[in-house]
Design a protein around this ligand. Structure first.
Ligand SMILES: CC(C)(COP(=O)(O)OP(=O)(O)OC[C@H]1O[C@@H](n2cnc3c(N)ncnc32)[C@H](O)[C@@H]1OP(=O)(O)O)[C@@H](O)C(=O)NCCC(=O)NCCS
Length: 234
């Protein structure tokens, strides 16, 4: 099961949409927060969700110059097991230009899927952006990891670690911070790669938005000047 990191290509979004026809419902590359806003249990629901999600990702791949889409391939099967979307913001994250990729539907005139809790989806993302203004250094170059997911059946094999390290290497080379918001379960994973938690955990009560749970995330940053030097570096 050798894993290899590659840049995503346009055709990969169709390949990832096709996962609904091959794997059990939900064993796909639809990343947070969509799964909690649109859980699926049947193949046809998984198909609709993938079609919606990957159409949006494809639009962003084509139109958002800050986005760097990466994939991990299992070289034995040729399959995509994990994906990430890192962003390079040479002038810092833009609060006016970033959010619409996520909170507006990709295809103009196409309604949001009725199965999806759109209000919850957009609320989570807008809250995330509102907080970013307070904890990320404004107007300064940075890398941000916005999206990371490994197919459920392929987790624990190091795929996400390779995608995280890609961004860590960029941040080191550029001498700028890398930021992300970590789901509670993933905090130790990012910490292992050098990210530090910034401030308190963010605990959002989703009951007002139709879901009986708290959504817990950590604001995390990686600061190259605080990392030990990589062996072999000048
Ligand atoms: C978090 C996630 C991307 C990790 O992917 P992965 O390819 O399994 O990651 P790796 O194999 O490199 O590392 C696995 C580590 O993550 C930990 N982990 C964190 N969340 C996990 C989860 N939901 N399931 C399994 N392992 C998880 C494991 O304990 C493991 O730690 P270890 O190496 O010390 O044993 C994957 O679990 C996932 O897609 N989860 C759902 C989406 C998500 O939460 N995305 C990140 C949002 S911040």
């Amino acid at each position: 099961m050798p894993l290899r990191l590659k840049a995503m290509e346009l055709g990969d979004f169709n390949t990832m949409t096709d996962h609904a026809n091959i794997y059990p419902p939900g064993d796909d590359l639809v990343g947070p927060p969509t799964p909690i806003c649109w859980p699926v249990t049947t193949q046809s629901a998984a198909q609709s969700r993938l079609d919606f999600h990957m159409t949006k990702q494809k639009e962003r791949f084509l139109g958002d110059t800050s986005a760097r889409y990466l994939k991990i391939i299992d070289e034995d099967t040729g399959d995509i097991v994990s994906m990430a979307r890192w962003h390079w913001y040479p002038q810092g994250y833009s609060y006016t230009e970033g959010i619409h990729w996520e909170t507006q539907n990709a295809v103009e005139g196409r309604p949001w899927p009725k199965e999806m809790n759109v209000e919850l989806h957009n609320w989570i993302l807008m809250e995330r952006d509102a907080r970013r203004e307070q904890w990320q250094e404004k107007g300064k170059p940075c890398w941000i990891l916005m999206h990371l997911v490994t197919r459920a059946s392929q987790r624990g094999k190091g795929a996400a670690s390779m995608l995280i390290d890609w961004g860590v290497d960029r941040a080191r080379e550029d001498g700028v911070p890398a930021y992300l918001e970590a789901g509670a379960m993933a905090i130790p994973l990012y910490a292992k790669h050098g990210f530090q938690q910034i401030g308190d955990l963010v605990r959002s009560d989703l009951r007002r938005h139709g879901l009986d749970m708290d959504f817990v995330t950590a604001k995390m940053g990686l600061f190259p000047e605080l990392l030990p030097e990589v062996q072999g570096e000048e």
